[in-house]
Design a protein around this ligand. Structure first.
Ligand SMILES: Nc1ncnc2c1ncn2[C@@H]1O[C@H](COP(=O)(O)OP(=O)(O)OP(=O)(O)O)[C@@H](O)[C@H]1O
Ligand SMILES: [Mg+2]
Length: 245
């Protein structure tokens, strides 16, 4: 294990200047480690993602991809190391900014839609939580549903949609509040191969249009090359190499 950047009783909340390259770093992960019951599943991860970059985390089952994503989302607190969004500390062993204060959108493998809400209500949910006025919600949800090609499905419930359509709803919900960062955990892995390919290409286009910073977890090298600007190859809790496409 490498030494920590900061001693255990010192918590900095601003990224040291030396690591700010041109001030464009959106995500900075420094010597990040995660242990469960003294077993390290992430070991000293260092990674910087610049603004507007889509980075794919590619690696075999169990190598720690979802754990790293959960740390970025704020669903886990790191055992060691630190995470900064822009120059703001969001997590170390002594500090944890909760997920709702991180300005991020998330899309998971199982979609995680509310079954009792319509498509419109699901997508509107993050805006309602923020107290956005009703007419503005209507306008913004329409734009998001238009973007993902679901404007005619607004009144349906998730159970009455195909897997691919449900995943588009999850994507619309993730982008509706205009987050700075999008996190994806194998969002297409429950879909059949043809649909996976076409949705992957659509998603790649959308990410480029939005010019958003994103981390995209996948097992599939083809998906990674279609979507990402950079690929981090993970193995056994470490990043083995970083490829820029
Ligand atoms: N809460 C937990 N408690 C104990 N061990 C855990 C916990 N969460 C994850 N692990 C372990 O950490 C390791 C990494 O898990 P993780 O889910 O990050 O892998 P992954 O790369 O996402 O795999 P997959 O591709 O199968 O989704 C695994 O060995 C897993 O069993
Ligand atoms: Mg996983």
């Amino acid at each position: 294990m490498r030494s920590t950047l900061f001693s255990s009783n010192e918590s900095r909340d601003v990224l040291p200047n030396a690591t700010l390259t041109g001030n464009t770093s959106m995500i900075s992960i420094q010597n990040l480690s995660q242990a469960f019951a003294n077993q390290y599943v992430l070991k000293g991860i260092d990674l910087t993602v610049t603004k507007g970059t889509v980075l794919a985390l590619l690696g075999p089952s169990g190598c720690g991809k979802s754990t790293l994503l959960k740390l970025l989302a704020g669903l886990l607190q790191p055992t060691d190391g630190a995470i900064y969004f822009a120059d703001r500390l969001v997590a170390n062993a002594h500090h944890l900014t909760p997920p709702e204060q991180r300005n991020l959108g998330m899309v998971f493998q199982d979609y995680a839609l509310w079954p009792h809400m319509t498509v419109f209500q699901n997508v509107a949910f993050p805006l309602r939580m923020r107290g956005v006025a009703r007419h503005a919600v209507q306008e913004r949800v329409d734009v998001a549903l238009e973007r993902v090609g679901l404007i005619d499905f607004a009144k349906r419930k998730p159970a009455d949609l195909s897997g691919g359509q449900q995943q588009r709803v999850a994507l619309a919900r993730a982008i509706i509040a205009e987050p700075e960062i999008l996190l994806f955990d194998e969002p297409l892995s429950n879909l059949d191969i043809a649909l996976r390919q076409s949705l992957c290409e659509e998603m790649a286009q959308l990410l480029r249009t939005l010019e958003i910073t994103a981390i995209y977890v996948t097992h599939d090298p083809k998906e990674a090359t279609t979507l990402a600007h950079q690929i981090a190859h993970m193995q056994n809790g470490t990043i083995e190499s970083l490829t820029t496409l």
